[in-house]
Design a protein around this ligand. Structure first.
Ligand code: ACO
Length: 371
């Protein structure tokens, strides 16, 4: 048996959801650059789940359905109020709340196609209500009811802040959601597929995926990027901070990628958004500092920024609390997880690889009293 550490380069399944070929990312054949420029998040979700873009009427129905399913059972927020909320990370709260959602869905274990489609809509709609509800509860405020008349990104910002967001913020969040929606067989998506390949239910698949996304080597990196920028504080302190970190072999969050060696195609969009938004907020230092770090890490290590690097200053500029960055990643990526879960169900086989044994052999049993 031969092993490949971290399954690098291993092709573990076939998929028609998204592809990364020669450094080009597509969702069902549509280049991410086109989608970032033209598509709304709802169009992208429809594409991922239905393998085609919606027409005007289909899109309008789909948005309406998302709006209709967005309210969560009141018990979810009642439970949240009993969490030790000042110590709970929003990703942990999200993982728990999605698991609880399943308890209030009579169809949670129904594996029928129409039931799974309904669960997909509920999960996509309600994850936004949960993330924003948690953010408000820990501020001592009541969660806000979703507004069906607003688009997905606008409704998220409304439920978070309690006021109708401006157009620039909505456009920026919408584009960020488009850019994060799917990414082939990334760690959390693979986790979701492994889970449901046992014929476990969709909620379990999403809970597993949230657990995988939470880690700093995956989605958890975006929050840590902002932590690093805040620690550095000023542009002229970036060089010594980064060079010192690299000399101590500390990983710089938001750089490197298992698949992209010539750059993450999503990063340039987020970089431009960061430039624009930090200019608008009057805090260009976050963009300038990010560019400086980008130059140093590229020159010193040959590593390029991934999707998480510039998204940090984008979300910060939207006034979003730093520990909500990864939950926002989940709000978007749940669409991709669901697409992969549906695909897995359609053509399922248990995912059960092997391990090369490296432990001791032929051990002699020692009775308890002799140990
Ligand atoms: N900073 C400094 N050095 C790095 C970084 C980094 N961000 N990334 C990789 N390296 C170095 C490693 O130390 C290693 O060096 P060595 O060969 O001297 O030991 C070499 O580059 C190869 O790195 P690996 O960790 O083996 O690469 P792998 O493909 O396993 O990891 C990963 C990819 C996890 C993304 C890695 O680059 C990393 O930890 N980056 C920082 C965390 C991050 O930004 N994660 C988000 C990724 S995108 C996403 O999931 C949404």
């Amino acid at each position: 048996m031969s092993t490949t550490k971290g399954l690098e380069g291993v092709v573990a399944t076939t998929s028609g959801v998204s592809s990364i070929i020669d450094g080009v990312l597509t969702y069902h054949g549509y280049n991410i650059d086109d989608l970032a420029e033209h598509a709304s998040f709802e169009e992208v979700v429809y594409l991922l789940w239905n393998h085609r873009l919606p027409n005007r009427e289909e899109l309008s129905t789909f948005k309406k359905e998302l709006g209709e399913y967005a309210e969560v059972p009141k018990e979810i927020f009642e439970q949240m109020k009993s969490y030790p909320i000042s110590k709970v990370h929003p990703m942990a709260a999200l993982r728990t709340a999605i698991s609880q959602l399943a308890l209030f869905d009579a169809e949670a274990d129904d594996m029928g196609e129409s039931s799974n489609r309904k669960k997909a809509l509920k999960l996509q709609a309600q994850i936004s209500t949960i993330v924003t509800g948690f953010a408000r509860i820990r501020q001592g405020k009541e969660p806000l009811a979703p507004r069906g008349d607003l688009g997905y990104a606008a409704n998220f910002l409304y439920m978070l802040n309690g006021e109708e967001p401006d157009e620039i913020s909505v456009e920026a969040l919408d584009k960020a959601l488009v850019l994060h929606a799917d990414h082939e067989l990334n760690a959390s998506t693979f986790t979701a597929r492994v889970c449901v390949a046992t014929l476990s239910d969709m909620y379990s698949g999403i809970v597993s995926a949230i657990g995988a996304l939470k880690g700093p080597l995956h989605g958890g990196a975006n929050e840590r990027v902002m932590k690093m920028l805040s620690e550095i504080g000023e542009v002229d302190k970036a060089e010594s901070y980064i060079k010192d970190a690299l000399s101590r072999k500390v990983k710089i969050m938001g750089f490197g990628h298992r698949v992209y060696k010539n750059g993450d195609p999503r990063a340039k969009h987020l970089k431009e958004m960061s430039r624009q938004l930090t200019g608008i907020t009057g805090e260009p230092k976050w963009y300038d500092m990010s560019v400086k770090i980008d130059d140093i890490v590229t020159n010193e290590k040959g590593l390029l920024p991934n999707v998480d690097f510039y998204s940090a200053s984008v979300y910060h500029s939207l006034g979003i609390e730093h520990d909500l960055f990864t939950p926002i990643f989940a709000v978007s990526r749940v669409s991709g997880w669901i697409a992969h879960i549906l695909e897995q169900y359609e053509n399922n086989r248990l995912i059960r690889p092997r391990a090369e044994y490296t432990g001791p052999e032929r051990q002699k049993w020692v009775p308890l009293d002799n140990r």
